[in-house]
Design a protein around this ligand. Structure first.
Ligand code: NAP
Length: 300
C-alpha cells in the first residue's frame, strides 16, 4: 500500500477507511475487530471517525473492538473530528445544530474521543466544519495544549475552503496536515471553487469523503448520477474491470493534489476494489470524460 507523508512523523495509507456508518454494519465488537483486521491486511492502516458519528456512538464501538486487541492500536493511524454539535437526544438542552471551537470545547471533545476510542493519543484531530465564530487564538491555544500533553499528535480541518484554511493557519505554529472534503465524480465543487488548486499550491493533501456520493454512484438517484454512471460503465469496460467503483477510485487517485479517498463501505470486497484501483491509470481523456459528465456541459 502506498503511504502518503503528511508531516514529519505522520503517514496515511493512500486509501483510508471511514467508520461513520458502523451502525449500518450491525457488527458486535468481535466482528468489528475482525473487520478492522481484514481491512488492515489490505494495507489500510488509517481510519476516520468523528465524535458525532452514529449519534455519538461510533468512536465508542471502535474503542470496544480495540479493547479486545489493544496491541492493534499502535499499528493504526486514527483520525477523528470535533466541533459539530448535532441535535441529539443525548443533549436535549441544545436547540439547534451548531459548531463550537472554543478552546475549552475542543479540549473536552478530544478528551472524550480518547476515552471513547480507549487510546491515550489521537494521531490527527480535525475541526469538522468551518465556523463564522471560530476564534483562531482559541484554536491555537487548544491545539498547543493537546499537543504538549501528548493527547493529539497532529491537527487538520474538514470542509474548509481555502480562505478558511489560510485564516486559521496564520495563527498556528504547525502546519495543518490535511483538509477532509467531499470529492467524487458527483461532487466536483472543490475543482470549481479553487480549493483543489489551493491544496496543490500548499501541498495540503486532501482526504476525500463520500467517494461513491453516499452510494448514489452505485445506485443512481437522479439524472446527474445516471449520466456519470453511464460514462463510468464505458470506462470500466475500456479498462477491463467489472465494477464502476474501481473507476471512481482511479479517478480520485489521478489528481495531482494526492487525494486520499475514504472508503465508507462495510463490505470487504468493495474495500479491496478501492485498494486494487491504485493499479489503474486513467488517461487524461478518460478522466475528463467523467469530469464533463459531472459538469453536464462540455469544456470550453
Ligand atoms: N468530514 C465530513 O464532513 C464527512 C462527511 C461524510 C463522511 N465522512 C467520512 O467519509 C467516509 C466515507 O463516506 P461515505 O460512507 O459517505 O462514502 P461513500 O463511499 O460515498 O458511501 C458509502 C455508502 O455507499 C454504499 N455503497 C453502495 N455501493 C457501493 C460500492 N460499490 N462501493 C462503496 N460503497 C457502496 C455503501 O454501502 P455498503 O456498506 O453496503 O458498501 C455505503 O452505504 C465516512 O465513513 C466518514 O469517515 C466525512
Amino acid at each position: 500500500m502506498e503511504k502518503v507523508k503528511l508531516a514529519n512523523g505522520l503517514e496515511f495509507s493512500r486509501i483510508i477507511h471511514g467508520q461513520m456508518r458502523i451502525l449500518d454494519w450491525k457488527m458486535n465488537s468481535q466482528e468489528l475487530l475482525a473487520f478492522i483486521e481484514q481491512i488492515m491486511e489490505l494495507g489500510i492502516d488509517t481510519f476516520d471517525n468523528a465524535d458525532i458519528y452514529g449519534n455519538y456512538t461510533c468512536e465508542g464501538l471502535v474503542g470496544d473492538a480495540l479493547a479486545l486487541k489493544p496491541e492493534l492500536r499502535k499499528q493504526m493511524t486514527i483520525v477523528t473530528k470535533c466541533g459539530i454539535n448535532i441535535l441529539s437526544n443525548k443533549f436535549p438542552q441544545k436547540k439547534i445544530q451548531y459548531y463550537d471551537y472554543r478552546a475549552e470545547y475542543i479540549i473536552q471533545e478530544a478528551e472524550n474521543s480518547l476515552r471513547n476510542l480507549r487510546t491515550d493519543y489521537l494521531d490527527v484531530l480535525l475541526l469538522h466544519r468551518p465556523s463564522d465564530i471560530l476564534n483562531p487564538h482559541e484554536v491555537a491555544e487548544a491545539f498547543g495544549k493537546l499537543r504538549r500533553e501528548g493527547k493529539v499528535r497532529y491537527f487538520g480541518v474538514s470542509n474548509f475552503l481555502s480562505h478558511d484554511v489560510s485564516a486559521l493557519q496564520a495563527y498556528l505554529d504547525e502546519k495543518l496536515v490535511t483538509n477532509q472534503i467531499e470529492i467524487s465524480p458527483y461532487r466536483i465543487i472543490h475543482f470549481e471553487n479553487g480549493n483543489m488548486n489551493y491544496c496543490v499550491e500548499k501541498n495540503l493533501k486532501p482526504m476525500a469523503y463520500c467517494p461513491i456520493a453516499d452510494g448514489r454512484l452505485a445506485k443512481p438517484t437522479d439524472e446527474k448520477s445516471e449520466r456519470i454512471v453511464k460514462v463510468l460503465h464505458e470506462i470500466a469496460e475500456e479498462l477491463g474491470v467489472p465494477e464502476t467503483d474501481s473507476v471512481i477510485y482511479a479517478w480520485l487517485l489521478k489528481h495531482p493534489s494526492v487525494i486520499m479517498p475514504i472508503n465508507g463501505s462495510g463490505k470487504i470486497e468493495r474495500i479491496r476494489r478501492s485498494v486494487e484501483a491504485m493499479k489503474l491509470d486513467l488517461t487524461v481523456e478518460q478522466w475528463s470524460r467523467i469530469f464533463v459528465a459531472s459538469r453536464g456541459v462540455a469544456l470550453p
